[in-house]
Design a protein around this ligand. Structure first.
Ligand code: NDP
Ligand code: 8X3
Length: 255
């Protein structure tokens, strides 16, 4: 039987590219996000193109009842989840702490930390029952280092880093692998969301250097989930050549 991967936040960016690459490699998929029209389009395109089964589930990862309902419904239908990609996440705002907007903070903490916890809380018992599974947490270079004005976003991704390590220690005895993929600057809708919809400001983030694209990260996820069963990739950091560290971009050098 083929494997099934559940990818959160597959309506855009890294999640969508991962859905594309995993389905190209014959994974059946369960894809999630809040924008139902996009989810449906991605699902039907991938089914047509690659002949795999793609189920779309529209819910907000911040809503624990909705997470619970959706995962319980999968269990009732005896669906297995071989791979969980905890990808849904965002940055909101780029203010210094003393100027920060509490709404921005809540959005980031509730999505990046609590959303990842809620999904994992519901899916891990299924994997324990199966006696195997693989969780891939999408962290960030912002979970390894910090940069000015990154404060709360960096904090949430440091928490993802800690949870990734905790999960690995707790789940190995159940035959479950846990990995993190930590990107630097990837041009997706990420900066538009961070700049509260200001596309002009968002575009400037990627001026003068060759940023990563979503496919670069999907390619890493594919690598991580297709290693032999006895091999676990604990942690990957993937950066543009022109970004040697968080918040440090070398521009206008032609790469
Ligand atoms: P995008 O904005 O392009 O995609 C974010 C995805 O997350 C969308 O599919 C969105 O779907 C989903 N999402 C956001 N909030 C929620 C929510 N509350 N409930 C359900 N789904 C949600 O950004 P990226 O692809 O770049 O981001 C993906 C992950 O990669 C994030 O965790 C981000 O922190 C991380 N990352 C990104 C980097 C970058 O430079 N782009 C670098 C390092 C890490 P919808 O709006 O339909 O709900
Ligand atoms: C997003 C990458 O460098 O903007 O996680 O923090 S960065």
């Amino acid at each position: 039987m083929g494997k099934t991967a559940l990818i959160t936040g597959a309506t855009s960016g890294i999640g969508k590219a991962t859905a594309q690459l995993l389905s190209e490699n014959k994974f059946d998929l369960i894809i999630t996000g809040r924008r139902e029209d996009r989810l449906k389009t991605v699902a039907s395109e991938l089914e047509t193109q690659y002949g795999v089964n793609v189920k779309s589930l529209c819910f907000d990862v911040r809503d624990y009842d909705a997470v619970t309902r959706n995962i319980e419904a999968l269990q009732l239908k005896n669906r297995q989840i071989d791979v969980l990609v905890n990808n849904a996440g965002l940055a909101s705002g780029l203010d210094k702490l003393q100027d920060g907007d509490v709404e921005d903070w809540n959005k980031m903490i509730d999505t990046n930390v609590k959303g990842l916890l809620y999904m994992s809380r519901q899916v891990i018992p299924m994997m324990i029952k199966q006696g195997r599974g693989h969780i891939v947490n999408i962290g960030s270079i912002a979970g390894k280092e910090v940069y000015p004005n990154g404060n709360v976003y960096c904090g949430t991704k440091h928490m993802v880093d800690a949870l990734n390590k905790s999960m690995r220690r707790e789940l190995a005895e159940h035959g479950i692998k846990v990995s993190a993929v930590n990107p630097g600057a990837v041009e997706t809708e990420f900066s538009v969301v961070r700049m509260h919809g200001n596309e002009e400001k968002a575009k400037k983030v990627y001026d003068g250097f060759e940023n990563l694209v979503a496919h670069d990260i999907a390619d890493a996820v594919l690598y991580v989930v297709t290693r032999p069963e006895h091999v676990n990739i604990n942690d990957l950091i993937i950066m543009p050549k022109a970004q040697p560290a968080a918040g440090n971009i070398i521009r206008d050098k032609g790469y």
